[in-house]
Write a new protein. Structure first.
Length: 97
């Protein structure tokens, strides 16, 4: 999803799946690897650190046009992440090939 966070246009991906760096090219669109901006990857809900703190830590270090992929440990981490960015759209899961 494209989201505005702290005045920045960020591409944010949330996936409920075990962390697997080899899957990143399967998850992010190919065009993303040809664009400017960095790609950040983190996990949510796997450590004792609250989801909100981990997201704040990552998002605070991003620039406009950056992309972040969050691997969520479970549906609770996914929902908390969506709440954190004030997402009000459809929250259903989409299949990833």
């Amino acid at each position: 999803m494209l989201a505005q966070v702290n005045g920045l246009a960020l591409d944010i991906y949330l996936i409920v799946e075990d962390v697997d760096f080899d899957r990143i090219p399967d998850i992010l669109p190919n065009a993303r690897f040809e664009q400017d901006g960095q790609i950040h990857v983190s996990s949510l809900g796997l450590e004792d650190e609250p989801v909100e703190d981990e997201m704040e830590s990552i998002l605070a270090n991003m620039d406009s046009d950056d992309t972040v992929l969050f691997f969520c440990a479970d549906a609770d981490a996914y929902e908390t992440a969506l709440d954190f960015i004030n997402y009000t759209g459809d929250r259903s899961f989409l299949p990833i090939s």
